[in-house]
Design a binder for this molecule. Structure first.
Ligand code: PEP
Length: 250
């Protein structure tokens, strides 16, 4: 039985005052009846404060990005050890905005994935195709490449300690989500592909859907058998809506 997860990716939004109010709202709403594990990923500069505010609550904290390197002369970077030190549990790796806007390639993604795991944090590895790739019929090839490039470096066993988020690039921030059937088909593909290497890891792996998840579509997406929750951008900034999405996850 896979416990669902709902992750809020705040991206580069928020302020101390807004975060405090939003987190308080979520803490009040998480009364223990939700089956899903709920995580918020604030910008780095706010992590420590959100970790403090969520101490001993049902809300957990993740980071949106991590350095490939453990320490040293890397101005502006934040290491996995630092994220661990301030109390993060999860790290989003390879969000499509990082892949495209900041040119993170597969090799860099694999190094970040390994850095996160080596500090006992859980990577949320994002994969997904662009609209062109979907229309060219290369969705599965793209996703296989994105996963294989990590597995080749980190090993298949590491997926026992990771979460995968399938985020079709054309659905992120566009208001146009994948249909439940489209999402299920790709999630099934991912699970089958991993099962061909290790059935137990595939069966236990949580695969989240991301891309314009809202209160109005979350239940039908999360009802699909291989969809184990969601990675939520815009809607995670609205307290009531995010709580409704969490409730839809079980
Ligand atoms: C995301 O940021 O990962 C995301 C899926 O954004 P949105 O929910 O706004 O599409």
């Amino acid at each position: 039985m896979r416990r669902p997860i709902v992750v809020g990716n705040w991206k580069m939004h928020g302020s101390r005052a807004e975060n405090t109010a939003l987190v308080e709202h979520l803490i009040q709403g998480l009364d223990g009846r939700q089956a899903a594990e709920v995580i918020v990923c604030p910008p780095h500069v706010y992590l420590q404060e959100v970790v403090r505010q969520t101490k001993d609550t049902l809300l957990h904290v993740g980071a949106q990005n991590v350095a490939t390197e453990p320490s040293g002369a890397h101005t502006g970077e934040v290491s996995a050890a630092m994220l661990k030190d301030v109390g993060c549990r999860y790290v989003i790796v390879a969000h499509s905005e990082r892949r495209t806007l900041y040119r993170e390639d597969d090799a860099m993604v694999a190094r970040k994935f390994r850095a996160v795991l080596s500090h006992g944090l859980t990577p949320i590895l994002c994969v997904g195709e662009t609209l062109d790739e979907r229309e060219n019929g290369t969705t599965e090839a793209v996703i296989a490449r994105q996963i294989e490039s990590v597995v080749a470096v980190a090993g298949i066993d590491t997926l026992a300690h990771a979460v995968i988020a399938y985020e079709p690039v054309w659905a992120i921030g566009t208001g146009k989500n994948a249909t439940p059937d489209e999402a299920q088909a790709v999630h099934r593909f991912i699970r089958d592909r991993i099962a061909s290497r290790d059935g137990n890891i595939a069966a236990g792996l949580r695969i989240l859907y991301g891309g314009s998840v809202k209160a109005g579509n979350a239940a039908e997406l999360f009802a699909m058998p291989d969809v184990d929750g969601g990675l939520v951008g815009g809607a995670s900034l609205k307290g009531d809506e995010f709580m409704d999405i969490c409730a839809a996850a079980g």
